[in-house]
Write a protein of this length. Structure first.
Length: 251
């Protein structure tokens, strides 16, 4: 059985991060494994704190995984320290499989994870990145209030860093913008409620579908469909945000 790896944070509420990523990988027929970059202390109302995993311990996790498993692809989520980023850059550079990076700067409740520079050093060693509109503004230096703005930002990021860019477009009318040398748009229904975990679902589903042999545009369509279905099924578990509830299978 082929394996996908999530390199990301551990969410104590089990509604994002590595535990959600591996669930999405399994949905598409892969066994998911993980290497944890940080332990977050959070619930449905927000993040109360975070402990970064030392780079040497992150390296040991990755070494353990790659000594045994047939790894098809890697999804990277939160990266917290410069030492983690340096380690991952060398590791990803030498990994010949598929690589997707979700450059999470700030949580949905406003908790700051990392500086933009931490991620920018990784952009040129991955196949695709999946910033939301606010993140794309930071990485491009462009203000984004329309699809055309998003296209300009995506192209600027791609040309600067040498990776495909998928800007998830909840804030621009639900249109995802892809630049892989050409522009593509995916119009999608977007729910009105704030649901925790949608970004993790999207990036994990994107990696899974690219790993199944789909091109990035078709993979992004499946990623959006998976995210929409997971958000539609969202459950109120705690007092505040709803949690995504991915399906166990698609009909």
């Amino acid at each position: 059985m082929e394996v996908l790896v999530s390199v990301a944070g551990l969410d104590t509420s089990n509604s994002a991060g590595v535990t959600l990523d591996v669930r999405i990988f399994r949905l598409f027929g892969f066994h998911g494994v993980c290497a944890v970059t940080a332990i977050t202390y959070q619930n449905s109302c927000g993040i109360e704190g975070m402990k970064a995993i030392e780079a040497e311990h992150l390296e040991m996790q990755l070494k353990s995984i790659f000594e045994d498993f047939n790894v098809k692809g890697i999804k990277v989520g939160i990266v917290v320290t410069e030492k983690q980023a340096e380690l991952l850059k060398e590791f990803l550079k030498n990994f010949e499989g598929l690589k997707v990076l979700d450059p999470i700067l700030v949580s949905s409740t406003g908790y700051k994870f990392a500086e933009p520079e931490i991620y920018e050093g990784l952009f040129n060693v991955v196949d695709a990145i999946t910033p939301n509109v606010k993140e794309a503004e930071v990485f491009s230096g462009e203000r984004i209030s329309s699809v055309e703005d998003a296209k300009r930002a995506a192209k600027k990021i791609a040309e600067k860093f040498g990776c495909s860019v998928v800007i998830t477009g909840k804030d621009i009318g639900g249109i995802d913008v892809i630049y892989d040398g050409d522009f593509h748009e995916i119009k999608a229904e977007v729910g009105e409620k704030e649901v925790h975990g949608t970004g993790c679902v999207y990036s994990s589903a994107l990696l899974a579908n690219i790993s199944l042999g789909k091109n990035i545009v078709d993979a992004a369509r499946y990623a959006r469909l998976t995210t929409l279905e997971s958000a539609k099924r969202a459950k109120k578990v705690g007092r505040c945000l709803l949690f995504v509830d991915p399906p166990f299978a698609f009909d």
